[in-house]
Design a protein around this ligand. Structure first.
Ligand SMILES: [Mg+2]
Length: 174
């Protein structure tokens, strides 16, 4: 089977660290388990008087110029699950809307945690390509993904509407 897997808050618990950094930088108090959609976060940033360019630059810088990846905790059993899927002949792609500039850092991190060797591809988007769900749909179709593991309803619902089976985890947010 060809499997597409999101990275943040599917492979790795990143939401807590991610929003903590955003809150500190932009003077916000966003609780990551209560974020209804990506546009909600954009709105909070705009309300504080910052531009989305500021915000997206910060996100990219945070994930490339800080020890961000060292703070991320892989999901319990995540490595074993990926290894088992690979050994059973499944084709695995990590498909994330992280910015393309973050890709080398993601790749090194995946190598360090022993997952990269089991993957057939790691794909990132760019924040300038909106709406973001189109990226996941396009890549899932191109790669003939049969099932997608995705936590964000922003993406899970459009993927399902495009006839791609989606499994979500307990974090039905972002
Ligand atoms: Mg996610």
């Amino acid at each position: 089977m060809r499997i597409g897997i999101d990275i943040d808050d599917v492979m790795v618990r990143s939401g807590q660290v991610f929003y903590q950094r955003i809150n500190e930088r932009f003077g916000l108090n966003i609780e990551f388990t209560k974020v209804p959609s990506f546009s909600y976060v954009d709105e909070q940033i705009l309300k504080k008087g910052y531009s989305l360019e500021d915000f997206y630059k910060f996100l990219t810088d945070m994930q490339t110029k800080s020890p961000y990846h060292k703070e991320l905790v892989l999901r319990r059993g995540g490595r074993e699950a990926i290894k088992r899927l690979y050994k059973n002949g499944h084709i695995i792609y990590l498909i994330s809307n992280r910015h393309i500039l973050i890709l080398p850092y993601t790749t090194v991190w995946l190598k360090n945690i022993g997952i990269l060797r089991y993957l057939s591809g790691v794909l990132h988007n760019t924040y300038t390509q909106k709406p973001y769900d189109l990226f996941k749909i396009r890549e899932a179709k191109r790669l003939k993904v049969e099932v997608f593991l995705e936590d964000a309803l922003d993406y899970a619902l459009p993927l399902a509407r495009n006839k791609i089976d989606v499994l979500t985890n307990e974090f039905l947010i972002l």
